[in-house]
Design a protein around this ligand. Sequence first.
Ligand code: ACO
Length: 337
Amino acid sequence: MGFRVLGTGGCLPRRRVTNDELSQFLDTSDEWIRQRTGIAARHVCTTETLDDLATKAASEALRMAGVSPEDLDLVVCSTTSSDHLMPAEASAVSERLGARCPSFDVSAACAGFIFALDAADGWFARGRARYALVIGAERYSRILDWNDRATCVLFGDGAGAVVLGQADEGPLSLRLSTRPEVAALDVPGVTGNSPFYEGPQGPSVLSMKGREVFKFGVTSVVREIRALAKEAGMQPTDITHLVLHQANGRILDSATNALGLDPARVERTIQETGNISSACIPFALDRMVRQGRVHPGDTLAMVGFGAGLSVGSCLLRWDQLSAHVDDPQKPAAAPAD
Ligand code: ACO
């Protein structure tokens, strides 16, 4: 038993921050950010919470799928920037939606959406789910050091979601891996105010070895696309759409060149969102679906990579889902209410 995608949703916070705005308080420029990353703007939370973004994306996906929250058997949320250390972000979304099923989070940073998809795949394989909601939702604006120009210009906030339904076939291929290394990309946990703690104190903000992660990103994408295609008895050039983690436009360019692929097949949202971590893939997928660019029979390769260092990849053959797309022209990723 496998799954197919029945609906997608996406959400960005209302506030759009341009590179020029960042250069008003950081030693950076629009030119540097565009040339080195491909990012023109990102959206960040002002009054919205992550619960708001995740619930909006989930509601859109449920609506497209024609599935009621009460019919969900599982809610999994991938996040590393939840509104809550506990309970799970997925529980908060389930409460708001009115879902009454097991709800938990997955923490695998930018690879997390694929790890969450794999968890859901297991539920379908064991016959435990008819419908599952899988969300990627991130609010990195709360874990960035806004004085560090090498990292804070790269990220944004956002959410994406898919509703999955039981199907005879599963993904053509689904791969997870971790090359354990904390220092390459780390956000230390909060230290709290224990009167007994004697270890180091420090802010809970993101630090990253940019060049190392860049190389890891390119090699991971190239390896995964080749492996996904091979496992499905295809060539990389046979894959219709590549929905890759949006960390840096130059990572997308390098991987596309190394694989000899048509850049038009590689989805790009980074110019408007920056890196929204595990929300990148479901957000991009929602945009493609709502723009009517994914068709039954298409193959779709997704690759997420990041802190861990973890990589998740998945090759799907797209089934019909448009039965419930009541208005495909509706703009994707409406801001949170
Ligand atoms: N504006 C202006 N100058 C800057 C900025 C900025 N925003 N940021 C860095 N610089 C400077 C540096 O200080 C350095 O100056 P120096 O030569 O005087 O020391 C110079 O630019 C070059 O710095 P590099 O780090 O070598 O720049 P690079 O071209 O490697 O780009 C970047 C840096 C954008 C971070 C790149 O390495 C990158 O994208 N890495 C991958 C990031 C990534 O994949 N992240 C995934 C995260 S996934 C997750 O799990 C969260």
